[in-house]
Design a protein around this ligand. Structure first.
Ligand SMILES: *[C@@H]1O[C@H](CO)[C@@H](O)[C@H](O)[C@H]1NC(C)=O
Ligand SMILES: *[C@@H]1O[C@H](CO)[C@@H](O)[C@H](O)[C@H]1NC(C)=O
Length: 524
């Protein structure tokens, strides 16, 4: 009786397997055993302590203190006080069961005046303590060298990204980070979303250094047709300089890898016409491939060269040599998708989309009165999970399936200041969003994409740039008066998801091996 039931069960399983080849791979084995599940953060949005322990002012400190720049008049002076509460935050991460944590180093905390001043030992100490505490809990640090914030000194001295001098500063800073932290940090990224820095800092001017032409925004100076490309050029060459230092001085001995994080939007042609399809491709060239093509293939996309002509800087032979240092992986920040309408062969209204600097393409969420996906409290965020599969597959095909990490994905909600906290804690919309996006990521994995990790933005509610504290992205609610952290439904859901999809246990740091203690607890 029992045996025949067993046989029946086996037969049934075989039938299911034969009829449904997709289920051959169980969900658990879909994510490789060394897949990183983590949460994401950045220094300016999390740390606070903006004047503590010798930190220098950065461009965002200065920008947020100018009236009118931030929606609710707030700033990151305190943010969520991660600088003082990192141990508590680490406990929250450990409770969720993540095996990695993505954060960025505050450049001005390490070098308050860039290479024109000395190293701030207190800054080095803070990141040493954070990194050591993470490793003690079996959580891999995944570190960006800069996530929008740079020492204000560099703006004051030579206009930062507009000057080739910045390459020297970035190289100097990267070298210090590899030297002090690289024995324990195995995942480095040079930049977070340099495309957003170039566009928002130098085309629309809504981020520091607030530069644009009058037809693109309200800035006191700038050139929206030229400067985004100069800033990007210097960021690309700064990336190359940092990777070169890592490759020649550190990588062999430290054994880590290094990449760059791009903001990656999926662009869907608004119609099946050839011109809209080409416009969607062109938009990707002007957005993401703008940086990845030079770093991976040594040259700017052909579409950019054609349209921008002399407004696009040129790589010298010497630069091209430097670009050969390349990268080890691509970090993908993906949240949303847009439709693209052609403005090169079709007539578009004056205004957005009609300029060379945008590649003559109009971005819209709306097609014949229907949105591409459900809208959210965040003005740029539409729920279109297919975009996750499509952007991963696009990158896989264009760049020969180079390893990828989803370095950010998440859901923003309104500040429910006047509502009940319970309402904010019961975040079913966030759970739904993350769940369908992870399904789409799994679909891309099944088709062979080499994605090695997923970082949810974010562990906590935090300072959302020009939206200030009006938008909440956290798995944990933060009370901005008391700074108390409270887990939302999504935190519990993510914990379950990770536990359902991982088979291996985290490897904790060996506690009684003096050799490894030395390795992990390097201090200055
Ligand atoms: C542009 O900026 C100036 C100076 O900051 C301000 O007075 C003015 O109101 C702004 N105009 C618009 C349209 O935002
Ligand atoms: C985890 O697995 C359990 C048991 O199969 C299931 O009930 C639950 O919905 C899963 N949760 C997540 C978040 O995947």
């Amino acid at each position: 009786m029992e045996l025949s039931l067993f046989v029946l069960e086996i037969c049934f399983s075989i039938i299911v397997l034969l009829c449904n080849p997709v289920s051959l791979k169980s969900d658990a084995s879909l994510f490789p055993s060394d897949f990183l599940f983590g949460t994401s953060s950045s220094s300016y949005q999390f740390e606070g302590a903006f004047l503590s322990d010798g930190k220098g002012l950065n461009n965002w400190d200065v920008f947020t203190h100018k009236p009118g720049n931030i929606m609710d008049g707030s700033n990151g002076d305190i943010a969520v006080d991660h600088y003082h509460r990192y141990l508590e935050d680490l406990d929250l991460m450990n409770h969720i069961g993540v095996n990695s944590y993505r954060f960025s180093i505050s450049w001005a905390r390490i070098l308050p005046k860039g290479r024109f001043g000395s190293v701030n030992k207190a800054g080095i100490n803070f990141y040493n303590k954070l990194i050591n505490a993470l490793l003690l809990k079996g959580i891999q640090p995944f570190v960006s060298l800069t996530h929008y914030d740079i020492p204000q000194e560099l703006e004051n001295r030579y206009e930062a990204w507009l000057s080739p001098q910045v390459q020297e500063d970035f190289k100097y800073y990267a070298d210090i980070c590899f030297k002090y932290f690289g024995d324990r940090v195995k995942y480095w990224t040079t930049f977070n979303e340099p495309n957003v820095v170039a566009i928002r800092g130098y085309r629309s001017g809504i981020y520091p250094p607030s530069r644009c032409s009058s037809s693109f925004g309200n800035c006191s100076s700038g050139d929206s047709e030229k400067e985004p490309f100069i800033a990007a050029h210097n960021m690309i060459l700064s990336h190359a300089a940092a990777v070169d230092i890592y490759r020649t001085k550190y990588q062999k001995q430290q054994g880590g890898s290094i990449g760059i994080v791009m903001n990656a939007i999926w662009y869907e042609p608004i119609s099946n016409s050839l011109k809209d399809k080409q416009a969607a491709e062109r938009t990707q060239a002007f957005y993401m491939n703008w940086f990845l093509d030079p770093i991976i293939m040594g040259k700017y996309p052909a579409e950019m060269q054609e349209i921008l002509a002399s407004n696009l800087p040129v790589f010298s032979n010497h630069d091209q040599e430097k670009l050969k240092s390349g990268l080890d992986f691509i970090g993908v920040n993906h949240y949303t998708s847009f439709y693209i309408r052609d403005c090169m062969f079709s007539v578009c209204e004056q205004g957005p989309g009609s300029s060379k600097t945008e590649g003559f393409a109009l971005r819209t969420a709306n097609k014949d009165g229907v949105l591409i996906g459900e809208s959210t409290a965040v003005d740029w965020l539409y729920v279109y999970p297919q975009g996750m599969d499509k952007i991963i597959t696009y990158i896989k095909e264009r760049y020969n399936n180079i390893p990828m990490f989803i370095t950010e994905n998440g859901f923003g909600d309104n500040d429910k200041r006047d509502g009940l906290i319970e309402e904010s804690l019961n975040d079913v919309n966030r759970v739904e969003y993350v769940s369908v996006y992870l399904d789409a990521l799994a679909a891309a994995l099944r088709k062979g994409a080499d994605v090695r990790g997923y970082f949810l933005w974010s562990l906590l509610d935090n300072f959302e740039w020009t939206s200030g504290f009006t938008i909440r992205f956290g798995l944990h609610h933060v009370d901005y008066t008391t700074l108390k952290r409270t887990p939302r439904g999504s935190a519990i859901w993510y914990k379950q998801f990770i536990s359902n999809h991982t088979t291996t246990h985290k490897i904790l740091m060996p506690k009684h091996d003096p050799g490894s203690q030395r390795q992990y607890f390097k201090t200055i």
